[in-house]
Design a protein around this ligand. Structure first.
Ligand code: CDT
Length: 311
């Protein structure tokens, strides 16, 4: 059997702080048209695709911070994306900063939505693994204040039946955590969509800087193979407001092999024709979870009698 989903990974170059939503949406629409011309069913945009990566700045004025958030999806500025997607008959996945009133309070999440070919929102994910720090750390060349500006996602890791398959989403730092892929894998995820903004330089561990691209592919290729799933990893990259961010967008097959890879540091669409049924030979053999996983052995080590206590 073949269930083909043709996917476009829409890598974005830098977005400056002064760039308006309308200007960014024009860039997203240009990539959407390219994706349609290339026969894509679905286009995937990066994390926080509508603005510059604002957690690099320490800000105290909540009104100033909230300018980077969307209060509605679609809102006035993002409506053209939905309208054009419906007209073209193409789905999309979009990362954005979400401001929402829930349970009588204001919540802010690093979120992503999945939209089908009729422009209906059919899935949502809110980032769980927020990297960085919550307080101003002036010693850093730039900040990474996701723990200050966002709450931990409260939706878990949901998988959705859409595009004739099972789809999940992760956001940036989530891709470094095997359990994030595995929770999706346990729900049968066949394609995992993820966007990222990854600075080359991580101030607490500069000794890792020259490995940033290696680690990016390492974790996405492992996540794909170990769960028998496609992974679509999409960067916002290049020098944004003085901070160099990695590129390396890639569409990765369930074998862990890279099926398509970006070659620039800017706006670039890469496309792969992804057979969701390629996931079968992994999910039914080496990674047949029902047959081979041993959940009782995965209890925290401290619960096991005679186990070496953690340091
Ligand atoms: N956006 C995001 O999650 N970036 C992180 C940077 C880690 S270093 C603080 C990432 O994992 O790529």
């Amino acid at each position: 059997m073949t269930r083909i989903v043709t996917v476009g990974a829409a890598q974005l170059g830098p977005i400056s702080r002064s760039e308006s939503r309308q200007q960014v949406v024009r860039r997203l629409l240009e990539l959407m048209h390219q994706a349609k011309a290339a026969g894509c069913d679905l286009i995937v945009y990066p994390e926080l695709a509508l603005t510059t990566f604002f957690p690099r700045w320490y800000m105290e004025d909540q009104a100033e911070i909230d300018l980077f958030f969307e209060r509605e999806m679609p809102g006035a500025a993002t409506r053209p994306l939905f309208d054009e997607a419906a007209k073209l008959g193409i789905g999309f996945c979009l990362g954005y900063a979400e401001l929402i009133e829930e349970s009588g309070r204001t919540n802010r999440f690093n979120a992503t939505i999945l939209v089908d070919k009729q422009a209906r929102a059919v899935g949502k994910y809110r980032k769980v693994h927020l990297p960085g720090h919550a307080e101003h750390e002036p010693w850093r060349a730039f900040q990474h204040l996701e723990k200050r500006y966002f709450e931990i996602g409260n939706l878990g890791f949901p998988a959705y039946r859409v595009f004739d398959g099972i789809f999940g989403m992760l956001i940036c730092n989530d891709r470094r955590w095997p359990e994030a892929y595995r929770v999706l894998g346990l729900q049968g995820a066949e394609m995992i969509l993820l966007g990222y903004n990854t600075p080359v330089h991580n101030p607490p561990s500069p000794e890792h800087d020259n490995l940033a691209n290696f680690h990016n592919h390492l974790v996405m290729q492992s996540g794909a193979y170990q769960n028998g799933s496609w992974v679509v990893g999409v960067a916002k990259c290049g020098k944004e407001e003085g901070v160099e961010q990695i590129a390396g967008s890639a569409i990765i097959a369930p074998s862990g092999e890279i099926a398509a890879a970006a070659v620039t540091q800017g706006d670039e669409l890469i496309v792969a024709r992804c057979d969701l049924d390629l996931t079968r030979s992994y999910k039914t053999t080496i990674f047949n979870f029902a047959q081979h996983r041993v959940p009782e052995a995965y209890r925290p080590i401290v619960e096991r009698k005679g186990a070496v206590p953690p340091p």
